[in-house]
Design a protein around this ligand. Structure first.
Ligand code: UD1
Ligand code: CA
Length: 463
């Protein structure tokens, strides 16, 4: 049994013409992450020493998208075939002489368990090549696994090069392999391109290994769907459905109730605590964190938020880049925009919009309000129809409302303005100047009442 070290190469230079997109195929998002991040994650999970990505089409974009990872990059300027692609990675691997895992950037559904099985077989058998295969009802288009009478793998023959009897084989090459690195690079130097597609086929190293008297092993995938490659947007949607189902099932097993998992869309980076209930129609995106005992939905959109325990986010609310403290009620139909920070036990009610609003413990804005570029202390009560007028057409200004202020309905705060602790703002006021603590501030025209005015007017009209 070999115990060689492990590195990985991910092929991602192909164009992906059938996506009909300006975005490189491997950057199309799946459950909120670029497609290629899935195979990259697998190499991390398997403990690969280094991961080299072979890039070509859209190379700069792919490089940028993976800038935060430990991946190295090898450029394949011209796509001359999978064999040529792997050769392009040789230099970046710095003379690596252990086992080499080969993945494809457009095959996102492989699981760690399947790859562990592949690795175990490769090491137990000391094979030169171990190929992951699958049995398909319709193997059209794939390379076929040609086995000898004793069942041993003899070669991989591409569909376009296969004869009638080879095309009848239902075991296909998934394009995922383990190689002994020194062997594969040496063999690839001798692989030609005399085939139906005029390409340098990586698959030719299988016959080369057999010819050299080395061992070739094959591991058949239990679930062939794991090897699905993404070539068009129909396959993209199919893969998305598989990934989302996996995410939802994992959450449900960890104690989250999803009332209707079929209509619940949760990104790969989201974490949700136990006993939280997500009602139908919710979309939870980015690296959102939701605590335990929360109720979310129905039809709520949460993007990149941190939500503490026992929070209720009610129907139709949209929350982006916000922090919600424990025990808070949001919605229905609330819009929390980036930079909203709620300390806890808050109420942000229907048709309330917040932006860069830092709001202290227990403060409430229950109806029809805009709170932008503001800071509220604790225990503040914002009446219905309050507006922070934060923009003068040139720049943004802040409104500061200290602890325990009571704001009457239909108030405008023309920022910059500061309202002192415990003061009271009369309903219908336009506040343009600072208010000291403990004061009543009121800015209304005095009411005029003209008795009998209506019937006099009507009387005139009749004349
Ligand atoms: C390949 C296999 C085939 C297998 C199939 C599984 C070969 C010769 N054939 O066929 O046996 O059944 O995958 O999907 O290997 N790529 C590059 N540079 C290139 C060519 C390809 O980076 O020059 C990348 C592609 O971006 C893709 C992967 O390699 O991620 C596979 O290439 P693709 O053209 O899809 O291979 P197939 O011809 O389908
Ligand atoms: Ca393919």
């Amino acid at each position: 049994m070999s115990t060689a070290s492990l590195s990985a190469v991910i092929l991602a230079a192909g164009q992906g013409t059938r996506m009909k997109s300006v975005l490189p195929k491997v950057l199309h998002p799946l459950a909120g992450r670029p497609m290629v991040s899935y195979p990259v994650d697998r190499t991390v999970a398997l403990g690969c020493l280094q991961t080299v990505l072979v890039i070509g089409h859209g190379a700069d974009q792919v490089r940028q998208a993976l800038a935060g990872t430990d991946c190295r990059f090898a450029l394949q300027a011209e796509q001359l075939g999978t064999g040529h692609a792997l050769l392009c990675a040789r230099e970046e691997l710095d003379g690596f002489s252990g086992d080499l895992l080969l993945l494809c950037g457009d095959v996102p559904l492989l699981t760690d368990d399947s790859l562990k099985r592949l690795l175990a077989r490769h090491r137990q058998t000391d094979a030169l090549v171990t190929v992951m295969t699958a049995k398909l009802a319709d193997p059209t288009g794939y390379g076929r696994i040609v086995r000898g009478d004793d069942g041993s793998v003899q070669a991989i023959v591409e569909h376009k090069d296969a004869d009638e009897s080879q095309r009848a084989i239902d075991e296909i090459n998934t394009g995922i392999y383990l190689f002994r690195a020194p062997f594969v690079f040496e063999a690839l130097e001798r692989v030609g391109c005399d085939n139906a597609q005029g390409e340098y086929y990586l698959t030719d190293v299988v016959a080369a290994a057999v010819k050299a008297g080395g061992r070739v092993e094959a591991v058949v995938l239990e679930d062939a769907a794991e090897a699905m490659g993404i070539n068009d947007r129909c396959q993209l949607a199919a893969a998305e459905a598989v990934l989302r189902r996996r995410i939802n099932e994992q959450l449900m097993r960890s104690g989250v109730t999803l009332t209707d998992p079929r209509t619940t869309y949760i990104d790969a980076g989201v974490a949700i605590g136990p006993d939280t209930v997500v009602l139908p129609g919710c979309v939870i995106k980015g690296e959102s964190r939701i605590g335990s005992g929360c109720t979310i939905g129905p039809n709520v959109v949460i993007d990149s938020c941190a939500i503490a325990d026992d929070v209720r986010v009610k129907a139709g609310s949209v929350l982006t880049e916000s922090e919600i403290g424990a025990g808070t009620d949001v919605g229905p139909m609330a819009h929390l925009r980036p930079g909203t920070v709620l300390a806890g036990d808050n109420k942000i009610g229907n048709f309330v919009e917040t932006k860069k609003a830092v709001i202290g413990q227990g403060s409430k804005a229950s109806h029809l309000t805009y709170l932008g570029d503001c800071e509220l202390g604790t225990g503040v009560n914002i009446g219905c129809g309050t507006i922070t007028c934060n923009y003068d057409g040139v720049s943004k200004h802040r409104t500061i409302i200290e602890d325990d202020v009571f704001v009457g309905s239909d108030t405008q705060f023309v920022a910059p303005v500061r309202i002192g602790r415990g003061s009271l703002i009369g309903a219908g006021s336009t506040i343009t100047r600072d208010v000291p603590a403990d004061a009543l501030a009121l800015s209304r025209a005095e009411q005029k009442t003209i008795e009998g005015w209506v019937s006099r007017k009507r009387g005139k009209k009749k004349d």
